[in-house]
Design a binder for this molecule. Structure first.
Ligand SMILES: [Zn+2]
Length: 180
């Protein structure tokens, strides 16, 4: 395990914790002293995704990251937000303990998280994933976001972008900073 700061390959384990997704080890680099955490997990089980056309494909983290990056392009998200999201979804899938998972489930997982993280990214993702056949359905989806929901701590001011046209929502803003 190479040090994240100096690349040294010797480190000592200062703490070790079992979790459902594997063993987390807190390590300290023997050269520069920085501490970092590693996650050790069993590799022999590959997760297979069953796509909508019933074809099967190996789960690829990079593919998931790419689709999220696309949805979140030019959004004011914290550094590492996408990585965290990918970790979160991967962990959730691992926790299911299944060998095969339907792609719809992953889509729902992604959307439930994007909805909380960034609504513009959510709408972008949903517009691709849900394959809205007509603008009416898409409108319903956006209107559903407007319904009061106590689980989301979003103020009216944050929702002000919903006054704009759907098209504006789907495109990254230019010039002035987003209101969200
Ligand atoms: Zn180091």
């Amino acid at each position: 395990m190479l040090c994240i700061q100096c690349g040294e390959d010797r480190s000592k384990v200062v703490d070790s914790r079992e979790s459902r997704v594997g063993v987390r080890r807190r390590r300290e680099c023997l050269s520069c002293g920085i501490r970092f955490t590693t996650l050790e997990r069993v590799q022999n089980r590959t997760l297979v995704i069953i796509k909508q056309n019933n074809r099967r494909e190996e789960f690829q983290r990079a593919k998931l990251a790419a689709s999220l990056t696309k949805a979140c392009v030019k959004r004011p998200l914290p550094i590492n937000a996408i990585n965290k999201l990918v970790d979160d979804i991967e962990t959730k899938l691992t926790e299911l303990g299944k060998q095969e998972v339907r792609s719809e489930l992953i889509g729902e997982l992604i959307m439930s998280r994007l909805k909380v993280l960034d609504r513009v990214a959510y709408i972008r993702y949903a517009s691709v994933y849900r394959d809205f056949s007509d603008i009416e359905k898409f409108k319903e989806e956006i209107e559903a976001l407007l319904l009061p929901d106590t689980s989301n701590k979003v103020t009216n001011a944050q929702l002000s972008f919903l006054g704009e046209s759907n098209e504006a929502l789907l495109k990254p803003r230019r010039g002035r900073p987003p209101k969200l």
